[in-house]
Ligand binder design. Sequence first.
Ligand SMILES: [Cu+2]
Length: 383
Amino acid sequence: MKLSSFIAGLLPFASLILAAPVTDPEQAAIDKNKEYARKYHQYIEDTIKDRNTGCTKENIRRRKEWSKLTSAERKDYLNANLCLASKPGITPQSVIPGTRSRFDDFVSSHIQLTGNVHASGFFLAYHRHLLWLWETALIEECGYQGTQPYWDWTLHWQDQSQHPVFSGGDDSLGTNGAYLPDRDNLQINLPGVDEPVIIPPATGGGCVSGPLSEENFKVNLGPIGYAPQGPDNGLGFNPRCLTRDLSPTISQQTLRPSNVTFLLEQSCLTEFNENLDKTPNGLGVHPAGHLSVGMVELDVFISPSDPIFYLHHANMDRLFTIWQGQDQEGRTGGVWGTQTTGNVPPSANVTLDTPVPFGYLKPGVPLRELQSSIEGPHCYIYE
Ligand SMILES: [Cu+2]
């Protein structure tokens, strides 16, 4: 038998294998999520393809998953982060005594506004535009040539330490924290979640090693979100190593592809917002991304102190843009929620005219200008 006819004889069996029902629900979810992403992507490409001004296919920032960056691109991103940490900031020390750098300006904005920009009508717009400001600062103030990468935590939902962003190599954002045995549970308060969340110790707890180890990089502010707080209620200067405590338990429970599908299938902005933080089955993917990294990321106020914050929030913004992209017209005009976290204390509803606050980073920007990823100040797409 000729080889070609042998292969031809196998073809019917190959199609049988391909047609076999997909039994793994996570694999089925991955396929669905890709389909949603494709639809979003197509919409954006179609919308900008004939544009000559504003956000065009020439000037759009193409944001990629960390794993898709070359080693040199990862190093560039890391070095731009370290560059911002070495530049003087603009936040007055009379307000945040511990702030020391341009990097800390972003942490300080987040600290000042924690009670407004989480589990509120500001959440999605604030974090979307904070990322844009951060990415722009990396480019304009530190000569960064790339774009803001994202961390798709569904790629390694069983064990985040396998993701290259945590490899500890000189093209990573450092390792898990060193393992510290005999630690107590941490009790933290999360915006939008009623009861305090008890976080048992996980697989690290100590200082990270690699390019963000203590000799290269320091966390200056906090802790604020759990005891014991740093000096001046956590606003004082408290330089220390970056700590992490990767939690496979939290990741396996919540950072699954099927939970992304669940979020992308919410039908309105209210449900989308509510299910980001808390779902009928437990934690939402937004807090779970922070909690799966642990330590600094458990402290909502100072969470931008760990550079992984920006990669996690790029992924959250990516899910938001994909969700918007399923019905762009209907989903960029909506508003939801009030101006305080969990509406405590009670505050006015957010409208399209309400300025989204950014602290000392810049004056407030009306919400309507921050609704789209390719209108107003924004011009980016998630690849
Ligand atoms: Cu935040």
